[in-house]
Design a protein around this ligand. Structure first.
Ligand SMILES: Nc1ncnc2c1ncn2[C@@H]1O[C@H](COP(=O)(O)OP(=O)(O)OP(=O)(O)O)[C@@H](O)[C@H]1O
Ligand SMILES: [Mg+2]
Length: 228
């Protein structure tokens, strides 16, 4: 499903953020990416959805090599991936419904079908009753749920998350995790960078630890492994 071979990333300022990563992630896996601040977790995640291009190495996702594709092919690749961030990144002038519908690939799709699909994903994240609200009218946890709905509206095979609970209180973080587990149980592969020790040590999944741009640990049902 996702395969990285000898991947390196050097930023234009000379920082080597990823130093020869090899990894295989199978379809349907749930993977936590942990490690100290500055370890290269976000860079690793960004390489996966081609926000950053590797300096060296191959990144195969669903048979396509992200290191080799042309700029104009990027949207095609991203159609098959959902991405969520710590700061939600919703469009403030659009309603909850519109934020999700806006992300939908609507090639020759009827209005009724769009509506059905958007309401369906809003139901999955428990926000059907807030479809008309605007981002500033809902809580942080609800905003993150909208961003999850937006990320899954095109039925991606991979969901990538960079500290999705980073801005949320503990209760809300658990709610978000329930939704992500639910999505994973429906077959979506999930890769999630996190600093949340409690979550990693409670909802046990594969753990990849990155330090200095290298994978230093890769464990099935692993633990967080750091003090905080
Ligand atoms: N756009 C950039 N240009 C130059 N250097 C960068 C850039 N983004 C990140 N870096 C550097 O690359 C290294 C890895 O950063 P990265 O953001 O991947 O770490 P991280 O593990 O996600 O950290 P955190 O836990 O704080 O989010 C750091 O040294 C960082 O300063
Ligand atoms: Mg980061």
């Amino acid at each position: 499903m996702i395969s990285m071979k000898e991947v390196w990333k050097k930023y234009p300022n000379g920082v080597m953020a990823v130093n020869g990563i090899d990894i295989e992630i199978e379809k349907g896996e749930f993977v936590y990416v942990v490690g100290p601040s500055g370890a290269g977790k976000s860079t690793f995640i960004k390489l996966m959805y081609r926000e950053e291009k590797p300096t060296r190495g191959d990144i195969l996702i669903g048979g396509k090599n992200l290191a080799k594709i042309k700029e104009r092919q990027i949207p095609l690749i991203r159609r098959n991936m959902g991405v969520i961030f710590q700061d939600f990144k919703l469009l403030p002038s659009l309603s909850v419904y519109e934020n999700v519908a806006f992300a939908m690939e609507v090639i020759e799709e009827s209005k009724a079908n769009i509506r059905r699909r958007v309401m369906n994903v809003l139901e999955i994240v428990g926000l059907k009753n807030k479809a008309r609200f605007y981002p500033h009218e809902i809580s942080g946890g609800e905003q993150q749920r909208v961003s999850i709905a937006r990320a899954i509206v095109n039925n991606p095979s991979v969901l990538i998350a960079d500290e999705p609970t980073g801005n949320l209180d503990p209760d809300t973080s658990w709610e978000i995790m329930n939704i992500l587990e639910d999505i994973n149980n429906r077959g979506t592969t999930i890769v999630m960078a996190t600093h949340n020790k409690e979550i990693v040590n409670t909802i046990r999944k594969r753990v990849i630890a990155i330090e200095g741009g290298r994978i230093v640990r890769d464990e099935a049902k692993g633990d967080y492994g750091y003090e905080k």
